[in-house]
Every structure is written in structure tokens, then in C-alpha cells.
Design a protein around this ligand. Sequence first.
Ligand SMILES: [Zn+2]
Length: 473
Amino acid sequence: MFPILTFLLSFSAQFLLAVKSEERDLFKLQREGVSLLLDLPELVLIKGGEEISSLLQEKGVSYQVLDEIEPGYEYYLIWEPAEIERGEVLFANPSFSLIKLREGDLPSFSFRAEGVYRIPLTPISPSAEIKYQKPIFDTLIQEMVNKVSSDTIFNLVQRLQNFRTRYSSTDSARACANFLKERLLASRLDSVFFQRFRPDFAPNVVGIKRGNEPDSVYLVICGHFDSYSNYNPLEFAPGADDNASGSVGVLEAVRILRDYNFNRNLRFILFSGEEEGLLGSFYYCSLAKYVTGDSIIGAINIDMVAYTLQNRDSASIIGKPSNPNCEPLVDYFIECANLYTNLKCQRRVMDRPRSDHASFNRFGYLAIHIRENLNLNNPYYHTPGDTIGGGFNDLNFVTEVIKASLATVASLAQPITTPIKEVSFRNFPQPDFKSNFLFYNVFGQRLNKDPSVPGIYFWIKKGEKKFRKIVKF
Ligand SMILES: [Zn+2]
């Protein structure tokens, strides 16, 4: 346990403080200006200067000063580290270490870690309050689920594995991002784009399918396509289980859901930079929260779903118990799995920020992690043996997981039977349209002037709830 330290904190300097984990009322303190950076059962981190330290003392909260925050440095959690060759260890317990590194200095293959999480120095966002209604069986969703194909899944995993490595900084990962983008474009989504977050890394690949409601509320199905191996990730990191399996789940959702219509908007996201500390998803979510102000109803993150002890396994459905409380989404997923698939699920309400769902959670969005049995350690994890037949050994299981994930997003997105009307215009809008219609771009943002650039837009008659789609050329 941490002793109470009375530290002489200089004015304006900012410190990294570790707080005793029983101090859960920190979230109340957050409203008084305390910046909460990390919230784990074993470690609560806050950022603050003299003011914050006096506030903590006043409230009787014990804490330890771990470090003075200086520009040019970053903090990482390193899971189950075997050896840490660089950086300064600020905190350690049997399952992880907190280390300080020079910015951009993450030598991810110089220590054989289970995984890394970069701790952003921006505070955790307050939670969104979202309620889900109990899913009701819908034959249309069953029809979608029945279209999930083991053959397609197998072929796509093979295709991703053929890149040899998808380590974020390699040309091969960039080639994979191009492949994914081409595939999404060929699926006739409403928008497909690269999101670049680091010049030396492959970008995130994002696809949007508009729903029928005039807002920017959406659902996410995601997985990271980058990979890692402890042999030499620059040369060979096939990542069939981690995470071709989840990426292919996203691709199957695109292939099938594109032919249906929904009230809600859907986003299909393939993240990069996951293995270097959830970097791609962090960037995505920070923009969603602070730049575009997106309302995300829920995110289903599929990561490592293809290794089992043959036919005896259930999937772990993992969600945080608080900040935000993701239990309702865990339950919704399990109910959908029961309604539409043969997948057995383990309900795992726990804090486990070890994949991209943690980035959504950090910005207050509900997100869960779908994973093969948590109790099972894939012996091929992060090794050159993570290939079909090695780390990827159960095609039936991965097919059921993808079915359940697709059923969950389809159910939350509310399928409708009437398609969105689509029209093509060269000169649009015409003058007589302007006064009675509102125009939106593909992100669901209202335009305050006429669409001038060619592209896909949506218009809605004032007071109505039904969109029309314009392809302007
Ligand atoms: Zn992964």
C-alpha cells in the first residue's frame, strides 16, 4: 500500500499521482477538477499540481507521487513483462508495470511483453448514459446471421496471413490497409476512408453505412488488423488469431449488412497501432469525442476469437463495471448470441483495458471486447506460430463468434424493410428545394451551405424522419 507522502510540489508543475485503489470516490473528485488518467483495480492514476494535491489531502485521500510530468515523455502499461530494457519503471506488480519512456521511443520488440497500453495524459471522459431495450427475435436478423460463411472467413484469414507481417510500421501493413480499403469500397458503403494517426504507421480503415435517422448517432463493429510477433515483427507476424480473426469479423459484417437497411448508422473500423498501445483507436475516439462530438451507442470490439480447446469452449464477453458501466452491452451481446447462434458465452464484467474497446471506454463510450476463452492462453500468441492450424485452430468457433457479433450490431441498429431512396443529381440542390430541406453529409453533420463537392449526401424534409440519399456528381 502507498504511504501518504507529503511532497513539496512546485507551482505549475504537473505530477503523476498514484492513489490507493479503495478511493473509488475519486470520480466525485473528478467533478471538482481532478484529472483521472487510469482507473484499474490495482492502480488509479491522476494528474495534478499543487492545487490537486491539497484537495486530496483535504479529502483524506492517500496518494503517492510517481513522477513529474515533463514534455517529451510518455507513459505505458506493459502487461506481464519478461524484461524491460528501456525506460524507467515507476510502478510494478506481478501482472503489469508502469514505465516512462521518451516520446516515440517505444521499442515494442525489445521487451517481450504480453501487450502495451499507452496512458494518455488527457483525463478520462465522463460516461454516457445509455439504456438498451431487450433484443427481440427478428427473422430478418436471423437471415443476416445465416449468411455468415466459414469459407469466406477462412479465405480472408488466409489472405491477411499472406501479408506475412502486419506490424504497424511496415510496408506490408500499409499494403494490408489498402487491401481492406479496396474491399470496403467494393462493398458500396456510403463512405470509406483512411484515418492517419502517425506518419510512419499504417492508417485506420473506416467504413460508414448511413441509417435512416437524421443524426450522427452510430454503432461500431471493430477489430485491429495490425500484428506482432516476438521473433521479428518487421519480417514475420502472421497474426491469424491476433487479429485476422477479428478483422475478418468486421469484413463479414460489411459483406452482409451492406444489403440491409437500418435506422441507425453503422461504422466498420479496422484499427492499426493496437499492438503499440491502442494508438489507432485512441486517435479515432479522441476525435470522435472532442472534435466531431459523435454519439456512439456501443462498440463491439472483436480481438482474438479463433483459438479453442476444440468444441469445449465459450467466448468471453468482457466489459467494464464502471466508468462507463458496460454491463448492459455485455448482456445485450449474450442475449443476441442466445437468440441467433450456438455460441456459448461467459459473462466477464471486469476492467481489462487490453484491446481497442478500452479507447472507447476512456472517452465515455460503451464498448465490449469479444474474445476466445479468457482462461485459455493461446500458446501461439504473439509468435510466428499464430497461423491457420496454430494460433487459429477453430473455424466453427470463430464463425459463431462472428454471427453473434453481427447479430448484436444488426439488432442495435434496428433493421427496417424500406430502403433509403437514392437519387443522382448533377446540379443539386435546386433553388426551390433549399427552403424546406435540410442537408447532411455522410458523417451525419448538418451542412450550413449547399453541398458543392461531388459525393454522397442526405436530405430530409423539415419535420420528417426519413432520409433520402443524393449522389452528387
Ligand atoms: Zn490483439
